[in-house]
Design a binder for this molecule. Structure first.
Ligand SMILES: [Zn+2]
Length: 469
């Protein structure tokens, strides 16, 4: 959370310091509102504490010290059990089915507010938004659509920060709210790598760490207009429509494909050229297609689409899940016997919500229950997790690496997912916190979001998803 040069600029004469300050006040106000959920936090902490207490009584054979392990976290936004269940039963998602059959799985509980940036940051910190400070896509100020919230607003350390400090190499690709890219013990390809930096009058500085990585990855970025018609046609019944009237819908489909194709290509390039102990990859296409093609698949559940559209685009969602399954299969091929894989969503999807006589879209389409599965080394097979939460992922990752869980985290170790043998050898321990001691330091302005030259493109995407006005 450094005050970067770019941020200093944005807060100077050329920027809009008033709006940034306003957004910060707004963030603070929302943070304190979220703080009223303290009893929930207390319950979480109590549960986590009891787990720790029980685990610390493990036998004398318990080992301490580093665990040699690789972990891949594949984050897929918006995975919905109600869609996956029937597809798994009919054999159409073989790789997800394999995870569930051989691993530990559950219905993942999300947060009270279903805004992806705050949830993915809770996943990567183990903390509620009131503690990590990422309160949504945008904050008030900054003109139409508000200020886009960036990584500078994050007030908690991520699991990759902690793992890196403990000597593990880490690699992060496309995780939400990771721009400007902060230094890590490995690489970080921020979620801004995919935006169009051409013609904005500056280089895409700070989209990656190390900074010179951005240039190497430039050719791997797939833009909407790069997606061939035949590729988009794979998701459309009978192939691509020739009628110009569906041009916008095809373009939308291509934009969904482009963002995931970018993340996939970069993640595999990095895995091949810079393998790391910990790898996290985020993909948003499933969520996007659910927003854009829900009513085609489930006619009558939102503002009507024509029969022709429903016929053409009615299978986009299912076909996209099959695409996600095949990408998962590729990732599983990368996993050796020393690798643990966690596949997680942030929330599920349940379509537009009728409010009065209008259908609400955007965040209203998110469902509080998502998908999670753990698989591979030291995972107990065939177990259903007991009310797993997005807050539990970071504590579980730390435990899998034999590292203490922090008392100021709001989740618990999903110990029922971990083999009894591993837990007996590596008792879960705890520390008070991994946060730096900032007492006595003057609070600077580094928590404010940073403006970027691609903000308009980002806000346009958020608007198309119905997330912002
Ligand atoms: Zn969504």
């Amino acid at each position: 959370m450094m005050l970067s040069r770019r941020q200093s600029e944005s807060m100077g004469d050329g920027g809009a310091p008033g709006s940034v300050a306003a957004s910060r006040r707004r963030t603070r106000a929302r943070a304190s509102a979220a703080g009223r959920r303290a009893p929930v936090v207390a319950a979480f902490l109590l549960a986590a504490g009891l787990t720790l207490l029980a685990a610390s009584c493990a036998g004398p054979e318990a080992e301490t010290g580093p665990v040699d392990r690789k972990v891949l976290v594949l984050g897929i936004d918006g995975l919905e059990w109600d869609i996956m269940g029937p597809m798994m039963e009919t054999g159409r998602l073989p790789n997800f089915s394999r995870l569930v059959a051989e691993g530990a799985w559950g219905e993942l509980r999300s947060l009270e507010y279903l805004e992806s940036p705050m949830i993915w940051t809770s996943i990567s910190t183990g903390k509620l938004p009131a503690k990590h400070g990422i309160m949504g896509f945008t904050a008030k100020g900054g003109g139409r659509g508000g200020v886009v919230i960036t990584a500078d607003a994050r007030e908690a350390r991520t699991v990759w920060d902690i793992l890196g400090e403990k000597g593990r190499t880490v690699g992060v690709t496309n995780w939400l709210v990771t721009w400007p890219a902060e230094p890590v013990n490995g690489y970080l390809v921020s979620d801004y790598i995919k935006f169009d930096w051409r013609g904005v009058g500056r280089k895409q500085e700070d989209t990656t760490y190390p900074p010179d990585l951005a240039e190497e990855l430039e050719d791997l970025v797939v833009r909407t207009e790069d997606v061939p018609d035949e590729r988009a046609g794979e998701f459309v019944v009978g192939g691509l429509p020739v009628a110009d009237e569906f041009e916008n819908r095809v373009r939308t489909l291509k934009s969904c494909i482009a963002v995931d194709e970018t993340a996939r290509r970069i993640a595999f390039h990095m895995a091949e050229t810079r393998p790391t102990d910990f790898t996290a990859v985020y993909m948003s296409g499933v969520d996007y297609v659910c927003h854009h093609f829900w009513v085609d698949a489930f006619p009558g559940t939102g503002d009507p689409v024509s029969d022709r559209e429903s016929e053409l685009f009615g299978e986009v969602i299912e076909r996209y899940y099959q695409e996600a399954d095949s990408v998962l299969g590729e990732f599983l091929e990368l996993a050796d016997e020393n690798t643990t894989v966690i596949v997680t969503s942030d929330h599920g999807h349940s379509g537009p919500k009728l409010r009065g006589d209008k259908y609400a879209i955007g965040i209203a389409m998110h469902d509080p229950t998502g998908f999670i599965a753990l698989w591979g080394k030291d995972i107990a097979g065939g177990r259903e997790l007991s009310e797993p939460s997005v807050l539990d992922i970071t504590p579980t990752l730390l435990a899998l690496y034999g590292l203490p869980v922090a008392g100021d985290m709001d989740g618990r170790v999903l110990d029922e997912a971990i083999s009894d043998e591993f837990l007996a050898r590596h008792a879960v321990s705890s520390v008070d916190t991994y946060e730096p001691d900032t007492s006595g330091m003057e609070e600077d302005e580094s928590e404010s979001p940073v403006e970027s030259p691609v903000d308009d493109e980002i806000k346009e995407r958020l608007r198309s998803l119905g997330y912002i006005e």
